[in-house]
Design a protein around this ligand. Sequence first.
Ligand SMILES: *[C@@H]1O[C@H](CO)[C@@H](O)[C@H](O)[C@H]1NC(C)=O
Ligand SMILES: *[C@@H]1O[C@H](CO)[C@@H](O)[C@H](O)[C@H]1NC(C)=O
Length: 190
Amino acid sequence: MAIAVLKLIFSILFLSSFIIPGYNCQEFSRKSSKKEFGLKREKLSHLHFYFHDILSGRNPTAVQVASAAMTNTSSTLFGAVIMIDDPLTVGPSMTSKLVGRAQGIYASADLYEVGLLMVLNFAFVEGKYNGSTLSVLGRNNVFSAVREMPIVGGSGLFRYARGYAQAKTHQFNLQTGDAIVEYNVYVFHY
Ligand SMILES: *[C@@H]1O[C@H](CO)[C@@H](O)[C@H](O)[C@H]1NC(C)=O
Ligand SMILES: *[C@@H]1O[C@H](CO)[C@@H](O)[C@H](O)[C@H]1NC(C)=O
């Protein structure tokens, strides 16, 4: 079974080499042009959605997967690592339209205040963005009113993406840790 899957992956990798524009199997690198790749004018998009980080209940979307030995003595939970697959919706209500999911990791990376290292992908499912992703790598000092994190890349419609995301806590439950966070994302892409 595992071997069949590996064979499939290798054949996909191999076949894909024939569909990359301008690829020649005898060369390692070559100059290309935007035109050849169908890249026209760069545009700026603004995306707006709500991020639901659910730690409590029977169906959490954020799960702690590691912690430092010192975690109980650290007021910032330094070293805690949380894996998420958080729904992104168009409105603040969980029942509003799903536009994607935030998949990845956030970890407590600041000894002195709550500052998270965010390493995640926004995987969109809405309309023409279905299947496209944006990658976030940044610092999230969650108790600040507005936090800014770089968008370092993307895939699909967001190839060559770069920009930033601004996060603003919409609702935070101190008891459970559940949070709803409003995101405004500004990206240049083609
Ligand atoms: C840390 O937490 C664990 C489990 O909750 C507990 O057993 C341990 O005694 C705590 N350590 C310290 C130093 O408080
Ligand atoms: C997004 O794409 C997937 C895979 O192609 C498809 O199964 C799904 O129905 C699409 N979702 C929406 C909301 O269009």
